[in-house]
Design a binder for this molecule. Structure first.
Ligand code: 48F
Length: 257
C-alpha cells in the first residue's frame, strides 16, 4: 500500500536537503547545455561542490535537436575525445568527422555530471548576480514559473567562489553584470562584443580561445564565450562546446587547487 503522505514528504525533504547543501558552492554553472554539463562533470569529478541551474524543464540546451531537428550531431577528432571519455558513442562519418546521436549525447552528459556529484536544479532561472568587492560572489535565482508568469516574487541567493555563464547565445549572466554594474569586462571593448553570423571553422577554434574569465569570479563557456568575445556561431558541430566545458573546468580547478 502506498502512502501519499510519505511520497510527498520524501520529495519535499530530499529536494530541500539538496538545495540547502548547494547554498554555498565552489562553482555555480548557469545553463545546462552541452558546455555547462561537461564543465559540471569535470568540476565535480575533482571533488568540487557544483550546482547547475537550468531555466527549462529539460536539460541539454540546444543539443537535443541536432541540426534543424535532425537529432544527430557532428564532432571533430578533438571533440570525440571527450565523448569517448564520457562513454558516449561517436561513429566515424568521413575523415576527421564523427556523428553521434543527440539524445545519447545529452542523456550521457547529464548522467555523467550527476554521477560525478553535480547537483542539477532545473526549472530555476539565474536572474542576477551577487557582486562583492568587484568580484562575482554568487547568483540570484528564482523559479522559472515565477519569471514566466511575471509574478512579483523576490528571488533567493546562492553563494559561489566561481560562476560559469554557459547560457548559450543570449549570454544572460554576463549581460546582467554589464547592464547593472557598469563594469569593464575583460573583453577588448570592456563590453559584450556580440555574436557574429555562422562560420563553423573559425567559431570552433575561437570558442576555446574565448573560454575565459570575463570578470573576476565569472567565466564564460560555450556559445556564451563566443557571444561575449565577439566571435562567430557554428551550427550543429559540437566539439567546441564540449572542449569549452572541459577548458572552463580546468581553468577553475587550477584556480581552486
Ligand atoms: O544554448 P545551449 O545549448 O548552450 P551551449 O552549451 O551550447 C550551444 C549549442 O547548443 C548550440 C551551438 C553549438 O554549436 O551553437 O547552440 O553554449 O544551452 C544553454 C542553456 O542555458 C539555459 C538555456 O535554457 C539552455 O538550456 N539558460 C539560458 N539562460 C538561463 C539559463 C538563465 N538565465 N538561467 C538558467 N538557465
Amino acid at each position: 500500500m502506498i502512502n501519499e503522505k510519505i511520497v510527498t514528504k520524501a520529495i519535499i525533504e530530499s529536494y530541500t536537503k539538496k538545495l540547502l547543501s548547494s547554498l554555498e558552492l565552489d562553482v555555480a554553472v548557469c545553463g545546462a547545455g552541452p558546455s555547462g554539463l561537461v564543465a559540471a562533470h569535470y568540476l565535480a569529478k575533482e571533488g568540487l561542490k557544483v550546482g547547475v541551474f537550468e531555466r527549462k524543464l529539460s536539460i541539454g540546451g540546444g543539443m537535443w535537436g541536432g541540426g534543424m531537428m535532425f537529432n544527430e550531431i557532428v564532432v571533430q577528432e578533438e571533440g570525440k575525445g571527450i565523448l569517448d571519455e564520457l562513454d558516449i558513442t561517436a561513429r566515424p562519418y568521413t575523415k576527421g568527422y564523427y556523428v553521434a546521436d543527440a539524445i545519447e549525447c545529452v542523456s550521457g552528459l547529464c548522467l555523467k555530471a550527476v554521477k560525478a556529484g553535480a547537483k542539477i536544479f532545473n526549472l530555476v532561472s539565474v536572474e542576477d548576480l551577487v557582486v562583492r568587492q568587484d568580484k562575482v560572489a554568487g547568483i540570484v535565482i528564482n523559479w522559472t514559473a515565477v519569471e514566466m508568469a511575471g509574478l512579483h516574487v523576490d528571488p533567493l541567493t546562492v553563494f559561489s567562489t566561481f560562476v560559469v555563464d554557459s547560457t548559450g547565445h543570449p549570454v544572460e549572466v554576463v549581460r546582467v553584470l554589464e547592464r547593472k554594474m557598469n563594469v569593464q569586462l575583460l573583453t577588448p571593448s570592456g563590453k559584450i562584443e556580440g555574436e557574429k553570423s555562422l562560420w563553423s571553422n573559425v567559431a570552433e577554434t575561437k570558442t576555446l580561445e574565448n573560454t575565459a574569465e570575463v570578470f573576476p569570479g565569472l567565466y564564460v563557456a560555450g556559445m556564451s564565450a563566443n557571444a561575449t568575445f565577439g566571435s562567430y556561431r557554428m551550427g550543429p558541430i559540437f566539439g567546441g562546446m564540449l572542449l569549452s566545458g572541459k577548458k572552463v573546468a580546468d581553468l577553475i580547478i587550477q584556480r581552486i587547487k
